[in-house]
Design a protein around this ligand. Structure first.
Ligand SMILES: C[S@@+](CC[C@H](N)C(=O)[O-])C[C@H]1O[C@@H](n2cnc3c(N)ncnc32)[C@H](O)[C@@H]1O
Length: 385
């Protein structure tokens, strides 16, 4: 999101009148002779007989009047603002940003920008003038939302919806808010679908949360189907609601339960084989949990974060059952954090029989290790390993 227009905000008239007057005088003095004694194309025209000094005075006065006329709305606006307490976008953003910064709310100005833009019916501040006035009702909405933000409630939960890839998903506490990094996971999955021509394929999304990943894929591939699994009933309910909102309900099945639960595994085996497995499982190492941001700790489901001692417990559970759920030679893309690809590779090597191949680690837009790409190998090949 760009808020640059706020930083480059200018008053409509930032002229310096005395400087301007001086420059007019200088200009007049240097050009007076040729300017005012030149014959004009009118009959009986006579040269002006005003002295250069008087002419400079008149021109200067005229320029000042012109400038004053241009500045009048601005000067009037300033006076109005002071007397009527006008709430311009710039003023409201500055005041709320300051309050939030004082209270230790992170990314204060970005959050306030999203809130003000939302109240004005926009997604971002892009294209909104700092001079725009907020009505009384809009002010009340902004104030109510900013008050919520002061409690560290994530701005996404305050707004209620969030853009992810090419879709808008509803977000609701405590269901995990889709992160921008995960758009990279979807991009990788899209590449795999396209390279193998799986446009009509069946995708499996473990740990679906709000449904952001599978719904983005179904939106992109209108003939594909997906099964999405999550332990959280709130997440499953939200995935179904998002599918409904996006008109994708008839192509997704949401399964609620622990992916290590045998009943869930039986249900998935009955729906197998799938063509692609994509997942953003919890991957925060348990000892890192206490240092997480208050926005997360206070509002998001901690089961969405905790990946066990090394952060890859759920990845391991997923990989153990992947070969039974996918076609041979099917792609698996998992989101991870830096330092975890080696652990994943080691766990795959330790699996017996070896029915998975670790292919690559991909970086995110911050150049951090973020995704692992694996593939199922067919049983004949696995026997040779
Ligand atoms: C990091 S969130 C990802 C949500 C979503 N895929 C996204 O990227 O926005 C991880 C999700 O895994 C779910 N989860 C955690 N443990 C699970 C388990 N054992 N079985 C199924 N789902 C689990 C959590 O409820 C949470 O919704």
């Amino acid at each position: 999101m760009s808020l640059t227009h706020l930083h480059s905000f200018r008053t409509p008239c930032n002229c310096n009148l005395s400087k301007l007057a001086r420059s007019v005088v200088n200009l007049t003095a240097s050009r007076s002779t040729t300017l005012f004694t030149q014959p004009v194309a009118r009959k009986e025209s006579k040269p002006f007989s005003l002295s250069a000094g008087s002419l400079a005075g008149i021109i200067c006065q005229r320029q000042l009047l012109l400038q004053q006329r241009q500045c009048q709305p601005f000067v009037r606006g300033m006076a109005d603002q002071q007397s009527r307490q006008i709430n311009t976008v710039e003023k409201v953003c500055a005041q709320w940003t300051k309050t939030m910064e004082e209270k230790g709310v992170r990314e204060a100005s970005v959050g306030v920008g999203y809130i003000v833009a939302h109240v004005l019916g926009r997604k971002t501040m892009h294209g909104i003038s700092g001079w725009q006035e907020l009505s009384q009702q809009q002010m009340e909405e902004v104030n109510a939302m900013c008050q919520q933000r002061l409690t560290h409630k994530p701005v996404q939960y305050i707004l209620g919806t969030w853009d992810f890839c090419d879709i808008e998903v509803k977000v609701k506490p405590p269901v995990f808010i889709p992160r921008p990094e995960t758009e990279g996971l979807v991009a990788l999955a899209i590449q795999m679908v396209e390279s193998k021509n799986l446009h009509t394929g069946r995708f499996l999304d473990f740990c679906c949360g709000s449904g952001a990943i599978s719904l983005s894929l179904l939106h992109k591939f209108p003939q594909a189907h997906a099964v999405a699994v999550d332990i959280s009933p709130e997440a499953c309910g939200l995935s179904e609601e998002n599918a409904q909102r996006l008109g994708l309900s008839d192509r997704i099945t949401v399964v609620q339960g622990d992916l290590t639960d045998s009943a869930v595994q039986e249900r998935l085996k009955a729906a197998a084989p799938f063509d692609l497995l994509v997942s953003n499982p919890p991957y925060v190492r348990t000892h890192e949990m206490p240092s997480m941001d208050p926005d997360i700790v206070l509002y998001e489901d901690l089961r969405a974060m905790n990946g066990g001692e090394e952060g890859v417990d759920i990845h391991t559970d997923i990989l153990l059952q992947a070969p039974d759920l996918l076609h041979a030679d099917s792609d698996i893309v998992l989101e991870i954090q830096s330092g975890q690809p080696k652990l994943i590779e080691d766990r795959v090597k330790a699996m017996s029989p070896r029915r998975l191949q670790f292919l690559a680690t991909h970086l995110d837009h911050h150049h951090k290790e973020r995704f692992c790409h694996l593939r199922t190998v067919d049983s004949q090949q696995s026997e040779q390993h």
